[in-house]
Design a protein around this ligand. Structure first.
Ligand code: PBG
Length: 330
């Protein structure tokens, strides 16, 4: 076809997709390793350490193992970890959670000692510590008692702060917990300890692999009376507004992929940093599909992490952190 017979197309967006350099030049969003947080499962008993069947590539670590893993992550440029404790003993009152020698307390001390520059966040919840697997104190009727649970969370948050945790991340979804934790931290002089609130945390099927990893599946009922109902979006913004008002420094949306609309809406409305949690089920789906040869794992992960940044998240908590950073180069 000669030049004269070409169609008259005044704007040709394909022009800017022609070469890798051009595409890189006009790329709107980039995932930064600095903004990734690696979750770490830490066990009390060394017999509980090792690979997690439902999450290929992810291990449960002893305290010593968690320190070592933090060193590996730090060398790769991952500067923040999020601790999950898996205690030896569970009971109705989650007492192991505020034990000064509890697993999170020991892990935080050991990590901060070995790698003081690494930011240590700790998930604050009771489901790994209760024998019934719910996130708080259960009433005789089988409901989770909000205010009694908040008191327990405050006690544990203080214990975490005393042991060097930099960021407390309450994931229980009790009402009023952020204010109670903030006031207690300030009263003890921990004014520099930040709160990253799981503000819009949905009752999701995507936590399945985590519950196997942490042994925290509820023994009866489910979490729908405290975690959010998936169809609700306005309510998420209300939860986030409440947590900011109560003193949250960072707010979180969880899970990630099915709730990107919430991340975007939160970004447009609020000015605090927004975290998104790319949860266990999102991780395991990609791993399983890739293991079957159904998707290209690296491209799928790139696309997924980019979607969080494009939706407006500042912080991405992801089990892919280590592999992604290793691939990108520190
Ligand atoms: C604790 C907690 C859970 C997750 C983070 N904190 C489990 C739950 O609420 O059932 C899920 C994380 C994941 O799936 O990766 N409440």
């Amino acid at each position: 076809m000669s030049a004269q017979t070409r169609l008259q197309i005044p704007v040709r967006p394909r022009r800017l997709r022609r070469t890798p350099a051009l595409r890189a030049l006009v790329r709107e969003h980039n995932v930064r390793i600095d903004h990734l947080v690696a979750p770490l499962f830490v066990v009390d008993r060394s017999a509980d350490a090792g690979p997690i069947g439902s999450m290929p590539g992810i291990d449960r670590f002893t305290v010593e193992g968690a320190v070592e893993e933090t060193g590996v992550l730090d060398a790769l440029g991952i500067r923040s970890v999020l601790l999950f404790g898996i205690p030896e003993n569970k009971d109705a009152g989650a007492t192991a959670n505020y034990d000064p020698n509890g697993v999170v307390q020991r892990a935080a001390r050991a990590i901060k000692k070995a790698y003081p520059q690494v930011l240590v966040a700790a998930d604050l919840c009771n489901c790994e510590y209760t024998d019934h697997g719910h996130c708080g104190i259960v009433t005789p009727e089988g409901d989770v008692d909000n205010d009694a649970t908040v008191e327990l969370l405050v006690k544990t948050a203080l214990s975490y702060a005393r042991n060097g945790v930099d960021v407390i991340a309450p994931s229980d979804m009790m009402d009023g917990r952020v204010r109670a934790i903030r006031e207690a931290l300030d009263a003890e002089g921990f004014t520099g300890t930040a709160i990253m609130a799981y503000s819009a945390k949905y009752a999701s099927a995507f936590y399945g692999p985590f519950r196997e990893a942490a042994g925290s599946t509820p023994q009866f009922g489910d979490r729908r009376t405290y975690q959010m109902d998936p169809p609700n979006a306005r309510e998420a913004l209300r939860e986030i507004a409440l947590d900011i008002d109560e003193g949250a420094d960072i707010v979180m949306v969880k899970p990630g992929l099915p709730y990107l609309d919430i991340v975007r809406a939160a970004r447009d409305r609020f000015d605090v940093p927004i975290a998104v949690y790319n949860v266990s089920g999102e991780y395991s789906m990609v791993k399983a599909a890739a293991a079957n040869g159904w998707i290209d794992e690296e491209r799928a992960v790139d696309e997924m992490l980019t979607s969080f940044v494009r939706a407006g998240a500042d912080i991405v908590i992801t089990y892919f952190a280590k592999e992604y950073a290793a691939r990108r180069g520190a």
